[in-house]
Ligand binder design. Structure first.
Ligand code: PLP
Length: 382
């Protein structure tokens, strides 16, 4: 077994560089005792809404909670339908189900891997309570036609921006174009906490007020519970960590973009490798870099043999998950998503990657796809 030469991600490197600032932030929180919600969360909310150019931000416990509380704040409940995509992380659909509502899936565009607006109209019914596009892999969904259709039917739009902090749609921050935008600060995201955290951004005061209550047991005054909510507050420690990291997000996204450009220039001429492309309306922040290759599983193994850890996002589409078997949506229901599940390979992409590592990934992938990777057998025999 060869040693890992290019890991899929390396948070250790990022934290090593920020360690003195992180230690100081911890010290400040521990001294203050403000652990659950409180002033550090409030300061992070101000800074994150400034970053997004949104009016309000609400810190919560995770991206999943951000999605769930957003839907609750919009009044989504039992029997309602929420339209989303089957090519996403489970949390998107889970949030819908946890409101007692039904996810209704629309297949994705084969190039951007995000909700195909052409198919959206057919999915809307009188029971549709929200549309939930996902800005997947850091690339914005095509929002204009989605927002237009939503406005026409009077349906709110919840943006799942959990993979797209800082991505732009026609120059505007994703998360701020719909009714609400949801972010995750899971450690591996473009902006990651040292644990679980998430946030919701919105322009609307009434939704903001509702979210503040929902995340704090439905109370607006201590021990006076106007509605049934939940404990979904952000930790003070996570807010303090995020305040240390947020000023770096723009530069980190820039590095991800330049790594993506290097991959593109090294790979795009290969006849059997399809590199991701950016739509004319989009500025992607490349949370993931997913290429389309033949014999994907074999290529994944060959890359691992070369010391390069790749990933698959996502191997099983949501409609084919066991948890959603009751929806009775078998293979063939969403062909674009199903094809992506079999063909997409995620290459390592994180800010601290070096040019040498990027070039090694390029060379190894070209070899693996062309079938010229050294077979394991000959290594053993040598
Ligand atoms: C990470 C992620 C979530 C959930 O965020 P958590 O903070 O892990 O709960 C939701 N949707 C998408 C697309 C994600 O990538």
């Amino acid at each position: 077994m060869k040693s890992i030469r290019v890991p899929f991600t390396d948070l250790g490197l990022q934290h090593q560089r920020l360690r003195p600032a992180l230690d100081a932030a911890f010290d400040e929180v521990i001294t203050s005792g403000a652990f659950a919600g409180g002033p550090f969360v409030a300061r992070f909310e101000e800074e994150f809404s400034a970053f997004c150019n949104s009016r309000f931000a609400v810190g919560v416990g995770s991206g999943t909670e951000a999605l769930w509380l957003s839907l609750l704040a919009l009044g989504v409940g039992p029997g309602d339908e929420v339209v989303t995509v089957p090519n996403t992380f489970m949390a998107t659909a889970e949030a819908i189900s946890c409101c007692g509502a039904h996810p209704v899936f629309v297949d994705v565009d084969p190039v951007t891997h995000t909700l195909d607006p052409e198919r959206l109209g057919d999915a809307l019914t009188s029971r549709t309570k929200a549309i939930l596009p996902v800005h997947l892999y850091g690339h914005p969904a095509h929002l204009d036609p989605i927002l237009e259709l939503a406005a026409h039917h009077g349906i709110p739009v919840v943006e799942d921006a959990c993979q797209a902090h800082g991505a732009l749609y026609r120059g505007r921050q994703v998360g701020t174009l719909g009714t609400v935008g949801c972010f995750s600060f899971y450690p591996g995201k473009n902006l990651g906490a040292l644990g679980e955290a998430g946030a919701i951004v919105t322009e609307e005061p009434a939704i903001y007020e509702k979210l503040l209550r929902l995340r704090d047991h439905g109370q607006s005054r201590k021990y006076h519970h106007g509605i049934v909510g939940w404990n979904a507050r952000m930790d003070g420690l996570q807010a303090a960590v995020l305040r240390v990291k947020l000023p770096h997000l723009h530069a980190w996204n820039g590095l991800r973009r330049s790594h993506a450009a290097r991959y593109r220039s090294g790979l795009s001429d290969h006849p059997d490798i399809r590199v991701p492309s950016e739509a004319s309306y989009a500025l992607s922040v490349h949370h993931l870099y997913c290429v389309r290759v033949p014999n994907r599983d074999q290529v994944l193994n060959d890359m691992a043999d070369a010391g390069i850890t790749c990933g698959i996002h996502y191997p099983v589409p949501i409609h084919l998950q066991e948890a959603y078997r009751h929806l009775d949506l078998g293979p063939g229901s969403f062909p674009v998503t199903e094809r992506s599940a079999n063909e997409l390979l995620s290459l390592p992409i994180f800010p601290e990657l070096t040019p040498d590592q990027l070039d090694l990934v390029v060379d190894s992938l070209r070899h693996a796809v062309s079938g010229r990777a050294t077979p394991k057998r000959s290594l053993v025999m040598a």
